[in-house]
Write a protein that binds this ligand. Structure first.
Ligand code: 5GP
Ligand code: 5GP
Ligand code: 5GP
Length: 208
């Protein structure tokens, strides 16, 4: 039997702030199902190696099949909305994430298990609520990177990674939050390695 299953060490669970995707020079398109909630949305659950490299597109024979997750679609529309143009229902984003990343964890999670685990992580760790409890609100204000990281780590027990991007005026802002998850897809762990990339020491948290 030819096996294409890859080993990996852990997952990055990545969430995006829609306000920071949409206020860029490139702008965004809302999904055909309507404007997403003003909440973090899932970007993906990405298998990774401890040295920072990662596998991708691991199994061309197990491509995205939406009929396998029909019971999850309303949760996907709510918690995993696409903001890319042209406007579409989300299928393009979800299939990209499964084909590129999900197939590399298929030894642990099948397609249904992968999407369900990702949705459950989002429900379990409410990053917007955590930030707001710490006085960090998506109001266009500026916050220190360290206060954002400390507020999250105090609430969940692990230090997150923050990815920044620039709005149309060039202001550095909070774009994505990375948490590390064990291979089962259900428990947070201390990140074995952090991604690369720069944030200013003070960053904006735009509204959406
Ligand atoms: P970017 O270059 O915009 O940071 O990332 C482009 C894409 O590369 C991401 O959407 C993701 O699919 C993949 N990627 C970037 N960094 C990582 C990483 O550290 N781990 C994994 N697994 N994928 C990554
Ligand atoms: P990655 O390769 O980084 O995991 O995913 C990025 C790909 O997903 C790009 O091809 C991008 O066009 C597509 N995509 C669709 N919807 C979204 C979205 O809402 N956010 C991001 N970051 N990428 C999206
Ligand atoms: P420190 O170890 O003092 O917290 O940070 C060292 C350097 O890494 C600083 O330049 C800081 O801006 C950067 N850094 C620390 N945490 C993060 C993060 O979560 N995201 C990004 N993009 N940079 C960070």
């Amino acid at each position: 039997v030819l096996s294409v299953a890859q080993n990996f060490d852990f997952f990055y669970f990545v969430q995006q702030w829609p306000g920071s995707y949409c206020d860029t020079k490139q702008s965004c398109c809302y999904p055909t199902t309507g404007k997403p909630a003003a909440d973090f949305g899932i970007h993906g659950l990405w298998p990774n190696y401890n040295d920072g490299t990662y596998p991708s597109n691991c199994d061309p024979n197990n491509l995205y099949d939406q009929s396998k997750i029909s019971d999850l679609i309303s949760r996907m529309q709510q918690d995993w909305p696409t903001l890319a143009c042209p406007s579409n229902s989300g299928t393009t984003f979800w299939s990209h994430e499964w084909d590129k990343h999900g197939t590399c964890s298929e030894s642990n999670l099948d397609q249904h298990g992968y999407f369900k685990a990702t949705l459950n992580l989002k429900s379990k760790f409410d990053l917007l609520q955590i930030l707001q409890n710490g006085g960090i609100n998506p109001d266009g204000g500026s916050y220190s990177l360290s206060s954002i990281k400390t507020t999250i780590s105090n609430a969940i027990g692990y230090t997150p990674w923050i990815e920044c991007n620039s709005d149309a005026d060039g202001n550095n802002q909070l774009y994505q939050i990375y948490l590390c998850v064990d291979k089962s897809g259900s428990n947070l762990i201390k990140c074995p390695i952090f991604p690369n990339g720069q944030c200013a020491s003070t960053i904006r948290f735009p509204s959406f």
